[in-house]
Design a binder for this molecule. Structure first.
Ligand SMILES: *Cc1c(COP(=O)(O)O)cnc(C)c1O
Length: 389
């Protein structure tokens, strides 16, 4: 129910209690001794990294992952003192910042390890192992390379990890590929232990690894999209978990007008009325992170609990919706693009699939122009300011 709204034209509404719930559900789904690592890269997939990380810390999460140095420093500046792992490449010259902020850096390959070590600054690292994705990592079976990296000065290897690249697929070939990746990972860890090299923390599963594999004997599992309570779209997970969507996306009606049959509307007059129609202009557009292709691909919004089609061409800051079926539509009304509106629901997965992408891309592109409002604070209309980004 929408009882009170912020004064913004369009906003992201974040349900931090749903987030904490998801963290608990995910943690409970892991093997004993395996802890949830929260992936909060890309501003926590558009949910606001600082508030997400601080709420998850209260829920007991002890480790966080980001994509780059600036994201990690931003968490530190917001007071997060827990473990922060940078999953992506950091230029070796940034070694002083890694040390200064007490960050853990993923080592992209042997050359990256050597370049980091050559900076002459003690660094905490996790070794990425390439078990088959061929994106980052030292080949998991290249024992000589692993041994050389362990010999490097200045690097304290505190963990080893890998990433599964087809764990979302139900295809038999994909399942067997994932199985091989898992085997290679544990074989590498076993080889290290046999050589007296402590792998430290071990982590392999991301969201689809958690959903589609049995619990694995790692010390961490890195959840991103699942934490936000949605799937990427596509084939439903094999091991469904009771997760709750965290983000709703809302905007407002700016103006409503009735057009006669045979009129055109919007850029290019791309929408043509076949009969008299009522159009609402809605205060959100592609500069807020929506795909410009949404209207022509069948995008919809909720207004007064009813689905209404987007029409015409999306503008940078606005879009047109056909509200002929909703006579009570009026300026100032709240429009829901993702989330609940009374009994009606629009899933982020649906919007992503309509524009031919995955939920991860859709959410992480939601723009900084959309203030973040936390759900319980809706009653205080000015709460938007607290997390305005
Ligand atoms: C982004 C990312 C994750 C999180 O992936 P989800 O599918 O969103 O859970 C985990 N590990 C690595 C290495 C990543 O890049």
């Amino acid at each position: 129910m929408l009882t009170a709204q912020p004064r913004s034209r369009a906003w992201r509404e974040i349900d931090l209690e749903a987030l904490a719930h998801n963290a608990r559900v995910l943690q409970a789904s892991l093997a004993p001794g395996c802890r949830l690592m929260a992936v909060v890269k890309a501003d926590a997939y558009g949910h606001g990294a600082a508030q997400v990380a601080l709420r998850l810390r209260r829920a007991g999460v002890k480790s966080f992952a980001v994509a780059c140095l600036d994201e990690a420093i931003s968490l530190r500046l917001h007071g997060l003192e827990e473990e922060v792992l940078i999953l992506g490449y950091t230029p070796p010259e940034e070694a002083p910042a890694l040390a200064r902020w007490n960050l853990v850096q993923a080592v992209a390959d042997e050359a990256h390890a050597a370049a980091l070590a050559a900076q002459g600054i003690p660094l905490r690292v996790h070794l990425a192992l390439d078990t088959g994705m061929h994106r980052l990592g030292i080949p998991a079976d290249d024992h000589a390379a692993l041994a050389r990296v362990w010999e490097l000065p200045n690097l304290s290897v505190e963990g080893v990890f890998s990433h599964l690249c087809v764990s979302d697929s139900p295809q038999p070939e994909a399942r067997s590929y994932t199985h091989d990746q898992v085997e290679r990972f544990f074989a590498a860890a076993a080889w290290m232990k046999a050589r007296g090299l402590d792998p430290g923390e071990t982590h392999l599963q991301a969201s689809y690894g958690i959903w589609n594999l049995p619990p694995l004997p790692c010390t961490w599992a890195r959840a991103g999209i699942a934490l936000y309570g949605v799937t990427s779209g596509g084939t439903p997970p094999r091991r469904p978990l009771d997760l709750k969507p965290v983000l709703s996306l809302r905007a407002r009606v700016a103006s409503v007008r009735t057009l006669p049959a045979g009129a055109g509307a919007g850029y290019g007059l791309a929408f043509r009325t076949d009969r008299p129609r009522r159009l609402a202009t809605v205060t959100i557009g592609y500069a807020d992170g929506l795909s410009r292709a949404l209207p022509e691909q069948g995008g919809q919004v909720l207004l007064h609990g009813q689905r209404c089609p987007m029409v015409g061409r999306m503008c940078m800051d606005q879009l047109l919706v056909d509200v002929t079926a909703v006579p009570e539509a009026a300026a100032g009304d709240v429009v829901t693009l993702i989330g609940w509106d009374g009994p009606a629901y629009l899933a982020a997965e649906e919007m992503a699939s309509v524009c031919g992408t995955i939920t991860n891309e859709l959410l992480s592109r939601l723009g900084p122009r959309l203030p973040i409002v936390t759900a319980p604070q809706q009653a205080g209309a000015c709460a938007a300011a607290e997390f305005a980004v």
